[in-house]
Design a protein around this ligand. Structure first.
Ligand code: PBG
Length: 326
């Protein structure tokens, strides 16, 4: 104190936007945002997703246009989810060369493949008739039989042009199985973004409408992580790195900022965070009622995720935010 007045005044650096911008220690960059896109087989028009305003299930045609638009806005990557017309117990459509995800990857490779990163979500829940992320033995997901399926899917996605595959099923050993399958099939350059730490979360609710992959019975608590656990995230990331992961992902983002920080401090590879459907829906729903300022809330959540240590952020707002930032 200097007499009655403080000698130190942190407010000095908050006096103008120019100052605040100069001293900002966190930034959200368009080139590090990834936009999720859904493509559905056998539809003639894009289908809106009721719980995700502005998000649609694309036709192949509308997907191409959405991808071009997102790339023009400056987003860094696209992550693709396919919804097949026919589902079965083993999720056959996931690795058929003419399966919807493979067709879409080929379309996008031709359209934007040189200008952006094409990431293929690699899971079975959109493709199985029971909605679980793997094949079943009795009523439980059979880990090791599922690894064979993931290996085949990875190769099909790589053949269709995926630059990165992103296994999201939380099976033990999935990264290693996929890495060796890709290498043997002649795709050593295809990277793996491992959903290393995927919590069993209520925030995936709207996604299950978008991707039509809700489990028909039971839940995913037997393979996704429990929200009460912490060090397991470090263990999963470490295992995935040993198995050959190039990027590790944490999901959801906002309710797991502490986990993003811990993983980011521990690993020497880029860290991605997935701002999931429920995080999106929560802000959109409140904003629609006039309960919060939508644009500010969006930027604040992305800033928080970046501040927690995420290098890459997957967000349904990627194209919009990229446009706003540029
Ligand atoms: C599939 C998968 C899910 C999400 C991404 N990949 C759903 C789930 O595990 O139930 C969720 C994404 C989101 O909610 O936006 N394994």
């Amino acid at each position: 104190m200097n007499g009655r007045f403080p000698a130190t005044r942190p407010r000095r650096l908050r006096r103008s936007e120019a100052l605040r911008r100069l001293v900002a220690q966190t930034s959200v960059q368009p080139g590090r945002l990834v936009l999720p896109l859904f493509v559905k087989e056998g539809i003639a028009e894009p289908q809106p997703v009721a719980s995700m305003p502005g998000v649609v299930q694309h036709t192949r045609d509308s997907l191409r246009k959405a991808a071009v638009d997102a790339v023009q806005q400056g987003v860094g990557g696209l992550i693709l989810f396919g919804i097949p017309a026919v589902k079965d117990a083993r999720g056959s459509a996931a690795d058929e060369p003419a399966g919807i995800i493979q067709l879409a990857l080929r379309d996008l490779t031709a359209e934007v493949g040189d200008d952006t990163v094409l990431i293929a979500d690699l899971c079975l829940c959109e493709y199985t008739d029971h909605g679980h992320c793997g094949v079943l033995a009795d009523r439980d997901v059979d880990n090791d039989a599922t690894l064979d399926r993931y290996a085949a899917i990875a190769c099909a996605q790589a053949a269709a042009g995926a630059h990165v595959v992103a296994p999201s099923g939380m099976m033990d050993g999935q990264v290693g199985a996929i890495r060796s399958a890709l290498d043997q099939a002649g795709y050593p350059g295809v990277a793996i973004c491992a959903y290393s730490t995927k919590y069993a979360s209520a925030f995936y609710g709207p996604f299950r409408d978008a991707a039509e992959g809700a489990p028909r019975f039971g839940d995913r608590a037997g393979y996704q992580q429990d929200a009460r656990r912490t060090t397991e995230a470090l263990r999963e990331a470490e295992l995935d790195l040993d198995e050959g992961a190039d990027i590790v992902m944490i999901k959801p983002a906002l309710a797991y900022l502490d986990i993003i920080r811990r993983v980011a401090d521990a690993v020497p590879v880029p860290v991605a965070a997935y701002q999931v459907s429920g995080e999106f829906a929560m802000v959109e729903a409140a904003a629609a009622r006039g309960w919060l300022d939508r644009d500010r809330a969006i930027m604040e959540t992305l800033t928080a995720i970046s501040r927690a240590g995420a290098d890459i952020i997957v967000t349904y707002w990627a194209a919009e935010v990229a446009r706003r930032l540029s």
